[in-house]
Design a protein around this ligand. Structure first.
Ligand SMILES: [Ca+2]
Ligand SMILES: [Ca+2]
Length: 296
């Protein structure tokens, strides 16, 4: 039974009805008070429960990108140099995205631009903006690549490039998963026994699954948009320094797998892609920022 049908049943309860108009007036007063209270709670809880999303510094240097033993588009394995950058510790949460969305709504309440998709049929995700209150520390989903980019720019940041994403996930060693090479229950995948059966987990629910740099949920929970266009042969000719992906394309790269994917798809090198306009229940994002170069 969903919440709205529960409320309907309470209102139609014969005990409430038999006392006549006076009780009905009191009930209406109570409902109004409750709605006012909920409105207050809504505003408070969205700001109070906001999880601080620190930016983690990934130092400049060369790392190994790709994997010879896996999918064809992960080849060839190649060395990539990246300047220092910051990447958010967590996937961007509902509460964080809500702040951005509210600021747009204040200026233009009629606009539906950058509004996340609703998932009425998925109660553990639900509709926007209600889910910002219900699940403030869950990663935002139902956001297109353009939504993600707009949020990042509003924060004065950007989406990580595919190379930045992979370095933050695997570090300098060849970790198959952010935590290493052991198959542990350190991520929210399609595995029923990971504590989050068929649902999204609050960000940072798997501290043992953190990457070499301490970045969380880079395996599973939600896929993450990256800045790059996708090409299956990009690694054959990508620049050795600060690659930013092909100049044109049809799909944007997503990384890390999700709550509906098996563990192999949540590896640090697995590449996947979506149309940039697609808003699904399994794709969110995190943000990045170029670190300032030390003054000489
Ligand atoms: Ca799961
Ligand atoms: Ca993730």
């Amino acid at each position: 039974m969903n919440i709205s049908s529960q409320n309907r049943n309470k209102i139609n309860d014969p005990i409430t009805l038999k006392h006549g108009i006076e009780t009905l007036n009191i009930s209406l007063f109570s409902i109004t008070s409750l709605l006012l209270l909920l409105n207050v709670v809504f505003s408070i809880s969205v700001s109070a429960e906001k999880k601080e999303n620190q930016m983690i510094l990934v130092s400049a240097g060369t790392f190994t990108m790709g994997n010879e033993k896996r999918a064809a588009d992960e080849r060839p394995v190649h060395k990539v140099y990246l300047d220092a950058y910051y990447i958010s510790k967590y996937e961007v949460t509902n509460a964080e995205y809500y702040e951005f969305w509210r600021s747009l709504q204040k200026n233009n309440p009629e606009s539906s631009q950058y509004t996340p998709e609703s998932f009425t049929h998925l109660p553990y995700i639900g509709d926007w903006p209600e889910r910002a209150t219900k699940f403030p520390d869950h990663p935002v989903v139902g956001v297109s690549w353009d939504d993600a980019k707009a949020y990042a720019e509003w924060k004065g940041m950007r989406l990580p490039t595919e190379a930045e994403w992979e370095k933050a996930a695997r570090g300098y060693s060849n970790r198959t998963w952010p935590w290493g090479n052991s198959i542990g229950p350190y991520a929210n995948t399609a595995d029923k026994n990971d504590g989050y059966e068929n649902r999204i987990a609050p960000v940072g629910s798997f501290p043992k699954g953190k990457s070499y740099y301490g970045v969380m949920d880079m395996a599973g929970n939600v896929w993450e948009w990256t800045a790059d266009w996708y090409s299956d042969v990009y690694y054959f000719h990508s620049p050795k320094k600060n690659p930013t992906g092909p100049t044109v394309g049809s799909w944007r790269v997503i990384r890390g797998g999700s709550w509906i994917d098996t563990l192999p798809r949540c590896s640090t090198t697995f590449r996947y892609y979506f149309y940039p306009t697609l808003k699904t229940s399994s794709v969110g994002f995190r943000v990045a920022k170029t670190a300032e170069k030390p003054k000489k």
